[in-house]
Every structure is written in C-alpha cells, then in structure tokens.
Ligand binder design. Structure first.
Ligand code: IDP
Ligand code: MG
Length: 139
C-alpha cells in the first residue's frame, strides 16, 4: 500500500468561485507533486457511488446533489506521508474550525461547500484515485 499518495477534489463551490489556480498553487507549494489531474463533472449517480460510505449520514442526499452541481477538479498527489499531511493542509471539515492558512480556512464557505476533498486513509486514497484515473493517466 502506498503511503506517499493521496486523492483530492476541488469541489464545485471552489471551482465556481474561481479558486482552481490558487488551490493548486497552494498544494504544489506545500510540497505535493501532481501525479494525475482532471477537470470533470460528476453525475449524481457517480457522486452517490463516490460517497457511498456516507449513505446513512443525514447529509448524504445534499452532499451528492452538491457534488454533482458543477464541475470539479480531481487529482492524485504525491508526497511523503501524503494522506496525513494533506489533511493538515486542508484543515477541519467545518471551515469555521479550520486552522488559519489552511485551504478550507482560506477558500471554503460552509461545512458542506468546503472547497476540497482529501482522502482519510492510504486505502481510501488508492480506491478514490482509481475511481477517476486509469494507469495511463498517472505520471
Ligand atoms: P471530510 O471531507 O473532512 O473528510 P467527511 O466527514 O468525510 O469530511 O464528510 C464528507 C463531506 O460531507 C464533507 O467534506 C462535507 O462536504 C460533507 N459534510 C460533512 N459533514 C457535514 C454536515 O454535518 N453537514 C453537511 N455536510 C457535511
Ligand atoms: Mg472524509
């Protein structure tokens, strides 16, 4: 299992607000290498599949509808200790609780429209990366 890769999405709120460039800049300046990158949009079916682990949470339906409401940027990132370091870089799920200088502190509007996704384990990073990218799209 890779411990040096994680998966991220720039969510529809941050894309719509014009933050793609600023967020990618912050990610690469923080030492992450972009291994795969895609500008795309999730159907509600695909968003439902991606967030299947949350299907019993009360916010699942809203989350699926939000994540399929506009284009997103998906990426696989590489760095030592990638999953943990990236979670630190993005900050808490609720931007009101995210440390100053974190991506969610800087760019997120609310606990649901919170600018970015970051994998929570090496195992999920691999599953989520494969959800979006084939072997031919990773460099
Ligand atoms: P994470 O993105 O920080 O890992 P998770 O608990 O995995 O947070 O939740 C996945 C996503 O679901 C969050 O990023 C956010 O968009 C949304 N979400 C989480 N908790 C809530 C909530 O209490 N209300 C509305 N949306 C939520
Ligand atoms: Mg999560």
């Amino acid at each position: 299992m890779d411990t040096n890769k994680t998966f991220t999405m720039i969510k529809p709120d941050a894309v719509a607000a014009g933050h793609i460039g600023a967020i990618l800049d912050k990610i690469t300046k923080s030492g992450f290498k972009i291994v795969a990158l895609k500008y795309t949009m999730l159907s509600s079916q695909k968003a439902g599949q991606f967030y299947e682990v949350h299907k019993d949470r009360p916010f699942y339906k809203d989350l699926v509808s939000f994540m399929s409401s506009g284009p997103i940027v998906a990426a696989i990132l590489e760095k030592d200790n990638a999953v943990e370091d990236f979670r630190k870089l993005i900050g808490a799920t609720d931007p009101a609780k995210a440390e100053p200088g974190t991506i969610r502190n800087l760019f997120a509007k609310s606990i649901d429209a919170n600018a970015v996704h970051g994998s929570d384990s090496d195992e999920n990073a691999a599953i989520e990366g494969s959800f979006f990218f084939s072997a031919f799209e990773k460099f």
